[in-house]
Design a protein around this ligand. Structure first.
Ligand SMILES: C[S@@+](CC[C@H](N)C(=O)[O-])C[C@H]1O[C@@H](n2cnc3c(N)ncnc32)[C@H](O)[C@@H]1O
Length: 226
């Protein structure tokens, strides 16, 4: 899986993918993450990438020319077959099903907006999709791109041991059951006896019940909060 990220702040990507599972996936060649600076594709001495909004209003808008130039130059012929996704608070809301859908592709291009946002012609004529990571507004699309790369990468075959992602929260519609490790007792809080019993059928039943209970409790609290 190859990710091409287009951003005005490439330095923000130093760190999150240099550790743990994603680091190993990159070293194994299962995941490639290429960060491209949109400013490198801006014309003129001053390499301007944003301008005032037509119609007024505060905040700068990212210009279309450098973004089109960057994506077209990096993707080349692959543009015809690669999803080009704009990070946007008004996109479809990211979830595990979308992560799974995106993991089917060999390559993804992610465009990070900043300031007041991105000229709408980018969304209309360059992007094939727009994704929000939740109903709140961040200062830029860099963190959303990192979230998507992380969630999609762990679904790439070989990145995690077989079977791990199938049991994750949201994978089956159920939230995951609670996990415990040693010690069996910590500050007087004991691990549920069934998990120490060695009875695999009873453990599977307990886990299923816990997953259902947790899912129902979360749904009830979501209904109350909405
Ligand atoms: C300050 S935001 C712009 C918000 C825009 N004025 C609006 O109200 O929709 C700047 C950039 O951050 C990114 N962004 C902010 N919140 C996001 C979210 N929840 N999901 C995805 N991208 C987000 C987008 O790329 C956006 O263009």
């Amino acid at each position: 899986m190859r990710f091409d990220v287009f951003t005005l702040f490439p330095a923000m990507f130093a760190g999150p993918f240099d550790h743990s599972i994603i680091k190993r996936a990159r070293e194994a060649g299962l995941v490639e993450i290429h960060i491209h600076n949109i400013r490198d594709y801006a014309a003129g001495k001053h390499k301007i990438t944003d301008d005032m909004a037509y119609g007024g209003g505060g905040g700068m808008v990212m210009k279309p020319e450098p973004i089109f130039a960057a994506v077209e130059s990096v993707l080349g012929e692959a543009l015809a077959t690669t999803p080009v996704i704009l990070m946007s608070p008004s996109g479809r809301t990211f979830n595990q099903a979308i992560a799974k859908e995106l993991a089917q592709h060999a390559r993804l291009a992610l465009i990070c907006g900043h300031y007041e946002g991105v000229d709408e012609r980018v969304r209309e004529h360059l992007c094939t999709d727009a994704i929000s990571i939740g109903d709140y507004v961040l200062t830029g699309g860099e963190l959303p791109a990192m979230v998507i790369i992380d969630a999609v990468s762990r679904l790439v075959p070989g990145v995690l041991p077989p079977g791990v992602t199938e049991e994750d929260s949201h994978a089956s519609g159920l939230l995951e059951y609670p996990h415990y490790t040693r010690p069996a007792e910590f500050r007087g809080w004991r691990v549920p006896d069934v998990l120490l019993s060695g009875n695999h059928a009873a453990i599977a039943k307990w886990r299923r019940e816990q997953a259902e209970r947790r899912t129902q409790a979360r749904r009830a609290s979501q209904a109350t909060n909405s």
